[in-house]
Design a protein. Structure first.
Lengths: 160, 152
């Protein structure tokens, strides 16, 4: 277990996967903030002003954290933010399912007919949360883009 | 360590807020959308009616009730005679809306006071040229609790 938490290759794969996932999911929301506002309102938990505020800022938070996770800068903090977001999304989906709402997730695309919320989505999110938690506790600074660019001497031998 | 993480979180969140507002300002979306300000004035011209008024208009049979909730919720129960045009299915149901005379009295409702799809659909109907739109803000919950005619 300890070796898994410090395995630079595994950490890199998880980092790039989770980071890439959030970068991709943020793009549609950034391009269509009004559609994302409707997706948020569909959950019926916040008013319009808060939904617009969320649709304005949240996709950028996803993009920045995803990007930082990929390049390996502020990795632990980015993983922490993304994991917190994922937990929040999952709670929202569970609450919507309990209330019997038949709505689209609004996670990757803002098409109202795509990707309806359901138990599969919750399982998917739990998987991503586990990846995020792993990155919070792993030695994520093992390989970073800055290190590659600077060609630091302490570059992990297993990757050189 | 904790202080370092808090500092980084604040930096990232601050940057996200800044970029979000700059982007939506440049692209005229979200808070800076012209459409939302014109929507606000259109919204103000929508008449919100209480339960008793909705019931009177229901009994007069002059009004067409439109349920703006999702089809799934509509099928579980709706006001008698109401048709379903969910806000997110507006495009696919545009022919249904086009078949209604523009001066027809239309009453739109959604689940209740905590939903706003009825208002959003009302705005879209006004923009499409309908002249007599009213919003029954109490919606399905208020109607059902009053034991008024419903279809299940």
């Amino acid at each position: 277990m300890k070796s898994l938490l410090s395995n630079p290759i595994f950490i890199l794969i998880v980092r790039v996967f989770l980071g890439g996932l959030f970068v991709v999911s943020s793009l549609d929301k950034i391009i269509y903030p009004e559609a994302f506002t409707v997706s948020i309102l569909n959950y019926k938990v916040v008013d319009e002003t808060f939904a617009i505020l969320t649709a304005t800022t949240l996709p950028w938070l996803e993009l920045i954290c995803g990007f930082l996770l990929i390049i390996g800068v502020y990795s632990r903090t980015s993983a922490l933010i993304l994991t917190t977001l994922l937990m929040g999304f999952t709670i929202l989906i569970v609450s919507a399912l309990i209330r019997g709402l038949d709505i689209s997730c609004g996670c990757f695309t803002q098409d109202p007919n795509a990707e309806k919320i359901g138990y599969r989505k919750i399982l998917e999110n739990v998987g991503f949360i586990l990846m995020g938690v792993y990155l919070v506790f792993a030695k994520v600074e093992g390989i970073t883009l800055l290190q590659v660019l600077r060609k630091k001497s302490d570059f992990p031998p297993s990757l050189s | 360590m904790k202080r370092k993480i808090i500092r980084e979180v604040l930096l990232i969140v601050g940057l996200a807020i800044l970029l979000g507002f700059v982007f939506t300002f440049i692209t005229k979306q979200g808070f800076f959308s012209n459409k939302s300000s014109s929507n606000s004035s259109v919204k103000n011209s929508l008449e919100i009616i209480p339960l008793q008024k909705a019931k009177e208009l229901f009994e007069s049979k002059e009004a067409l009730f439109i349920d703006s909730r999702h089809e799934f919720e509509y099928k579980l129960g709706h006001i008698e005679g109401a048709i379903n045009i969910a806000l997110n299915e507006l495009e696919s149901k545009s022919t249904q809306l086009d078949s209604i005379p523009k001066n027809k009295l239309i009453i739109i409702y959604c689940d209740g006071a905590d939903c706003n799809s009825s208002v959003e659909l009302g705005v879209k109907c006004l923009e499409s040229g309908f002249t007599n739109i009213k919003i029954f803000f109490g919606g399905w919950q208020e109607w059902k609790n009053a034991n008024f005619p419903i279809v299940k």
